[in-house]
Design a protein around this ligand. Structure first.
Ligand code: ADP
Ligand code: MG
Length: 151
C-alpha cells in the first residue's frame, strides 16, 4: 500500500508540507491526525489552513471541539480529545459530508463515526524539533492526493 513518509526539522517545515497538502484539497476531504500531545497536529493544521487560504489564525479547538474557518474552501477543525469515551455524536456526518475539508485531531477517539475513505496522518516525535509524518491514504481519492504531493 502507498504511504508517504516525511521528515521535518522545524514547525515551519511541517507547515510548509501541510500547506502543500492544503493546496491539493478540492473539498469534502477528511484528514485524521494522530500523535502525542505536542507532536504537531495543530501546527500541521495551521499549514493546511494556509493552503486553503484561510486568513484567520488557526488555534487549538480543544475546548470547543469543532471550529469552522472560511477560506478557498471551508476548514472544519476538530479536536476530539475531550470526547474520550463519551461516544457522543456531535453531528460529525454533516462535516464529513460537507463541502469543506475536515481535520480531526485524536480521530481514533471517534472511530465509530469516521468515514472509511480518509487520509490518516501520524506525527511522531523525534527529538525537540524533528518529526516523522506518515500519511496513509484510504481510498482512491486520497491515493491520488498522496501521489500528487510526492511530485
Ligand atoms: P499537538 O496539536 O499535536 O498537541 P502542537 O502543534 O500544538 O501539537 O504543538 C507542537 C509544538 O512542537 C509546537 O510548539 C511547535 O512549534 C513545536 N515543533 C517543533 N518542531 C516541530 C516540527 N518539526 N513540526 C511540528 N511542530 C514542531
Ligand atoms: Mg492540538
Amino acid at each position: 500500500m502507498l504511504q508517504v513518509e516525511l521528515m521535518t526539522h522545524s514547525a515551519e517545515e511541517t507547515m510548509a508540507k501541510s500547506e502543500a497538502l492544503g493546496k491539493l484539497m478540492e473539498g469534502g476531504e477528511v484528514l485524521l491526525l494522530e500523535g502525542d500531545l505536542g507532536a504537531g497536529k495543530t501546527t500541521f493544521t495551521k499549514g493546511l489552513a494556509k493552503g486553503l487560504e484561510v486568513k484567520r489564525n488557526v488555534n487549538s479547538p480543544t475546548f470547543t471541539i469543532i471550529k469552522e474557518y472560511q477560506g478557498r474552501l471551508p476548514l472544519y477543525h476538530m479536536d476530539v480529545y475531550r470526547l474520550a469515551d463519551s461516544e457522543e455524536d456531535l453531528g460529525f456526518d454533516d462535516y464529513f459530508e460537507g463541502e469543506g475539508v475536515t481535520v480531526v485531531e485524536w480521530a481514533h477517539l471517534i472511530e465509530e463515526f469516521l468515514p472509511s475513505e480518509r487520509l490518516e496522518i501520524y506525527i511522531y516525535h523525534h527529538g525537540d524539533n524533528e518529526r516523522k509524518i506518515v500519511l496513509t491514504p484510504k481510498g482512491e481519492r486520497y491515493e491520488a492526493i498522496c501521489k500528487e504531493l510526492m511530485e
